[in-house]
Design a binder for this molecule. Structure first.
Ligand SMILES: C[S@@+](CC[C@H](N)C(=O)[O-])C[C@H]1O[C@@H](n2cnc3c(N)ncnc32)[C@H](O)[C@@H]1O
Length: 265
């Protein structure tokens, strides 16, 4: 599975623009990052990398959990990296760098922990990228990821299908088995693999759609993306609204796979 047609400059711009709103809207992402950190090993790494660190929702948990370890946070979006630099200004053991983690030039070799939460769905070549980072781990190093897999955002997909009689051309979400295939190809030993659904509830379909915008998870500037016209948007909202519960709340489902694997010594 690869999606070479990812326009990285647009992706970086959309996430940079969202950096100031991100933490207020990324409630599901915060829960997922906590879920990943909770499942991690107690062994203290020396060097950790947070791929696609965003505003640092996972970095903060890693720095707390492993108080002696150094951390490199990498993100494509300057705005996100800036937010992290401000937050950890003066903390010598944390460094944040702007860059594309799919680019081998960004690779940090010999890390003891490479972590990644809610990011791989944006990669052009998710399988190749995760394998590259897995192979670059130190012997005994850990790859710890929360992947959004198929089944995520099904409410939006279904509303889109009904409203527009078209398939939502969104993210490439992989099947649960894919992580195992990557682990096997990279020679990793799986320590933990578990799936769970994390739900975010909103007062209206409009608020649910706004949440995507406020965390930067939008497709503006991506090849083939055509913004919806006003009539299409009204139909989409109406179809999404039909899924509301008895209190009028609509849901965004995140189907999460926590995947933790070790590189043999
Ligand atoms: C949904 S946010 C998740 C951020 C953070 N990991 C969290 O859990 O809150 C996705 C992040 O991945 C970053 N990202 C996407 N593709 C990337 C790439 N190829 N290289 C580096 N960062 C990337 C985006 O800029 C964005 O900050």
């Amino acid at each position: 599975m690869s999606n070479q047609a990812v326009e990285k400059s647009a992706l970086a711009r959309n996430f940079s623009d969202a950096a100031k709103h991100y933490d207020a809207w990324a409630t599901a992402q915060a829960e997922i990052a906590s879920g990943l950190a909770l499942r991690m090993d107690r062994r203290e790494p020396a060097l950790m990398v947070d791929l696609g660190c965003g505003t640092g929702l996972l970095s903060v948990l890693l720095l707390e959990r492993y108080p002696k370890a150094s951390l490199v946070g990498l993100d494509l979006a300057e705005g996100m990296v800036e937010a992290c630099r401000k937050r950890w200004n003066g903390l010598d053991r944390a460094r944040f760098v702007a860059g594309d983690v799919e680019d081998p030039a960004c690779l940090v070799r010999g890390a003891d922990l490479v972590a990644c939460s809610c990011v791989a769905q944006w990669f052009g070549n998710p399988i190749g990228t995760m394998r590259m980072w897995a192979e670059a781990l130190a012997p005994g190093g850990i790859l710890a990821c929360a992947f959004l897999i198929q089944g995520s955002f099904f409410e939006l997909e279904s509303a889109y299908h009904h409203a527009l009689q078209a398939r939502f051309q969104g993210l490439r979400l992989w099947k649960a088995e894919t992580a195992h295939d990557i682990g096997k190809a990279a020679g990793l030993r799986v320590l933990h693999c578990e799936e769970e659904s994390i739900l975010a509830g909103y007062d209206s379909a409009r608020a649910a759609l706004r949440s995507y915008k406020h965390i930067g998870a939008v497709f503006q500037g991506q090849p083939g993306h055509r913004p919806l016209g006003p009539a299409q948007m009204r139909r989409l909202l109406a179809c999404y609204e039909q899924q509301a519960d008895s209190q009028g709340r609509v849901t965004v489902t995140h189907r999460v796979q926590y995947f933790i694997a070790e590189k043999p010594r």
